[in-house]
Design a protein. Structure first.
Length: 306
């Protein structure tokens, strides 16, 4: 089966990643979860709708992503991030469909010495409710399916749709140009655009559907999927303001100086070891990725933030 013959159900289509996937996977037949009002936390409704849609592949970009709020809304975070993926994986396993599921760097504790990277086999150990719920989602998916699944752990995601760190920093800075804003400079990761991740997902789909590929050689299991190189949140924000050519008043601070409800990993730099080993790692450096994002969306971001 070629990529153009795939009937893909895109779950979480209105989110940052979902909307970019919609624009990227144009070669496939794409069904939007919103057309069916699919709620992945409602097990029975979800199974009934999946029977109707009957996709070959589900891409699950839906999640509860409010990291700090999750500390108080534990049940809701687990419903969306663990029970939802379990339902999707169970349906896929029973219907010979594939599942591409998105996970996070926050499944790691982040206590590796700087700047050692995490690969797919490193022990997990989330330090937040969000991280725990996403890890249980991964566990459920892997327990339900032993093939036809790919879990992409990504990090520090940003895109033109929805909310993200750089959009927040831009709004704050434009709204109060004379105010100083503290940004954490001792947490490290790899900012990744939704475009880069969507293109990587497309590459994996093309690889898995390439004619003549032995089924045992297909890309399945857990993949780290982030742009290459790394930075702190502070460096990320400064680079963004330089590229978009806006004067800023950011000051670096430590995690201790910027307390949040959820604990975050200090070092969550991922290495895309398994994608590289297969020769299909399509990511570029985070700075190049950000530059591409600003050239495509900078003007719109500025208009929307004024
Ligand atoms: N954002 C990051 O920095 C980051 C970092 C690492 C990993 N990730 C992972 O990357 C993936 C995509 O994240 P994102 O930033 O694109 O998320 P997002 O913008 O917050 O979008 C999440 C989507 O999930 C949908 N959703 C929530 N609950 C649902 C439910 N019960 N049933 C069906 N859909 C539901 C939302 O729909 P509504 O809009 O209708 O509520 C929304 O479309 C997630 O798996 C996330 O954990 C994100």
């Amino acid at each position: 089966m070629s990529i153009s013959q795939l009937k893909i159900l895109l779950v979480g289509v209105s989110g940052q990643l979902g909307s970019e996937l919609l624009a990227t996977l144009t070669a496939c037949e794409l069904i939007k979860s919103s057309q069916y009002s699919l709620d992945i936390t409602d097990h029975n409704q979800c199974l009934t709708q999946l029977d109707k849609i009957a996709p070959n592949i589900i891409i699950n970009a839906a999640a509860y992503t409010a990291v700090d709020k999750a500390e108080q809304q534990r049940e809701q975070a687990f419903l969306v991030n663990a029970r939802g993926p379990n339902t999707l994986a169970t349906w896929c396993a029973n219907n010979h469909a594939g599942l591409l599921h998105i996970s996070t760097d926050y499944v790691f504790a982040g206590d590796k010495p700087l700047f050692q990277t995490y690969n797919e086999l490193d022990p997990v150990g989330p330090v937040s409710v969000y991280g725990e719920s996403k890890l249980l989602g991964e566990t459920h998916v892997q327990a339900a399916m032993n093939k036809d699944l790919a879990i992409f752990r990504t990090a520090w995601l940003y895109g033109s749709a929805g909310n993200n760190f750089i959009k927040t920093m831009l709004k704050l800075t434009l709204g109060q140009p004379n105010r100083q804003f503290k940004v954490v400079s001792d947490q490290y990761g790899s900012p990744t655009s939704t475009l880069a991740l969507s293109q990587q997902i497309k590459t994996v789909l093309e690889y898995n559907t390439a004619s003549g590929l032995d089924a045992s050689k297909q890309a399945f299991g857990v993949f780290h999927a982030t742009s290459s190189d790394y930075c702190s949140w502070y460096e990320f924000a400064c680079e963004f303001f330089e590229l978009i050519n806006i004067k800023h008043n950011l000051v670096p601070c430590t995690t201790a100086e910027y307390p949040t409800d959820a604990k975050r990993p200090g070092n969550s730099i991922l290495h895309n070891q398994r994608l590289s080993a297969l020769g299909i790692d399509s990511f570029i450096g985070w700075k190049q990725d950000l530059q591409r994002f600003v050239s495509r969306h900078g003007d719109d971001l500025l208009k929307a933030s004024h």
